[in-house]
Design a protein around this ligand. Structure first.
Ligand SMILES: Cc1ncc(COP(=O)(O)O)c(C=O)c1O
Length: 362
């Protein structure tokens, strides 16, 4: 049997009911700024679609209707799409399908912990190329390219826009790089692409050694249902599907996905509003001695004296932020903006806690 250590457990934002119980709090009392999920909720038709789902039947194993809809959306063939239980499942499947003991894997950090965890469970050797604080977390593109040439990884994981930094890499640069390293599989995580200011659509077409991952959990607020998909060439999709557990995408999630994708107006309008409110929160933090980091997303990093302390102080006020220690950033919290009134509550608390939360000036 495979042995596993707690080192392999990655940390995520979002509410942990067991932790709240220790503070005598209930999940519905908490304002969650720690998960990068649309605070305006899913498109209105989603709840009806879920209610109409026949939950006493097995779901369509191949997610046929949803794949067809996604294929039309992206202008690709249906067999170029695989739907998964969130982008997380597809990251996991990429490791199961392609990584073997000691295979080198390259990851640009700081980033989502799911890549490293999946690679380590597959006993691969992980090489992290880290963006530096002093350069505002600009993706370390030159170092990444050098590593590709010298380590010859089996897989390279790259998120754009990235979590937690909100930084982006141009699709054209990735396509060029993937073309010149055809022996490397690139897992291009675009889970947050719908949250960018401009609709970038699918941008440049990608070579066959790139798997693009998308998520409906963030932009379409389906985090509790879990829904993501991969876009790649049909052979790659078949390889991923081969290692996918049956029925991993449940019926309500498939119905929700179909309804959500039929209402692009809701996502467009709510994301625009979400971005405006987050930008205003950033400005008001700057006006109050804080120095939020630049980000292309409605979430951003905020330098603090100690992330664990800041998170705890805010949680005592029923406000949850992401402690970024698990990203290797113990001096940062990540804040995902919410509505105007909710952001105001967080701002007031941060102003009140300045003496405990602000980093020491040197
Ligand atoms: C960059 C990135 N990719 C993927 C995921 C997981 O997405 P999903 O909820 O679709 O599994 C996350 C979640 O935080 C993320 O930050």
């Amino acid at each position: 049997m495979m042995s596993c250590t707690t080192e392999l457990l990655d940390v995520h934002g979002g509410i942990d009911p067991a932790e709240l119980a220790e503070y005598g709090l209930r999940p519905n009392e908490i304002l969650d700024f720690s998960a990068n999920v649309n605070p305006f909720g899913p498109p209105p038709g989603v709840r009806d679609a879920i209610a109409r789902t026949m939950i006493d039947r097995y779901p369509d194993r191949s997610c046929g209707e949803l794949r067809a809809k996604l294929a039309r959306r992206h202008g690709v063939a249906t067999d170029s799409i695989l739907v998964g239980n969130g982008a997380s499942e597809l990251i996991w499947l990429s490791a199961v399908a392609w990584l073997r003991q000691d295979d080198p894997v390259l990851i640009i950090g700081p980033t989502f912990g799911g890549y490293e965890r999946a690679a380590r469970v597959a006993n691969a050797r992980v090489h992290l190329v880290m963006a530096s604080t002093s350069e505002g977390f600009r993706p370390p593109w030159e170092a990444f390219c050098q590593f590709l040439a010298t380590k010859r990884p089996r897989l390279a994981y790259l998120a754009t826009p990235n979590n937690p930094t909100g930084q982006t890499v141009e699709a054209r640069a990735i396509a060029r790089l993937a073309k010149s390293h055809s022996h490397v599989g690139f897992v291009l995580d675009e889970a947050y692409v719908d949250l960018l200011a401009d609709d970038v659509g699918d941008g440049d077409s990608m070579p066959d050694n790139v798997i693009r991952l998308r998520s409906l959990t963030k932009s379409h607020a389906l985090a509790g249902l879990r829904l993501g998909y991969a876009i790649a060439n049909p052979e790659t999709i078949r390889n991923l599907a081969t290692v996918q557990p049956p029925w991993s995408v449940n019926g309500p999630a498939q119905a929700a996905g179909l309804a959500a994708l039929s209402d692009s107006g809701h996502v467009r309008k709510s994301v625009a509003c979400w971005r405006r409110e987050s930008a205003e929160l950033v400005t008001r933090l700057r006006d109050n001695e804080y120095s939020p980091m630049p980000s292309a997303m409605p979430f951003f990093l905020l330098p603090v004296a100690d992330a664990a302390t800041a998170r705890q102080r805010l949680l005592q006020r029923r406000l949850l932020v992401r402690d970024c220690t698990s990203f290797g950033l113990p001096g940062y919290i990540r804040i995902c903006g919410r509505t105007h009134e909710e952001n105001g509550r967080l701002l007031d608390a941060l102003i009140d806690l300045r003496s405990e939360v602000l980093p020491c000036r040197t």
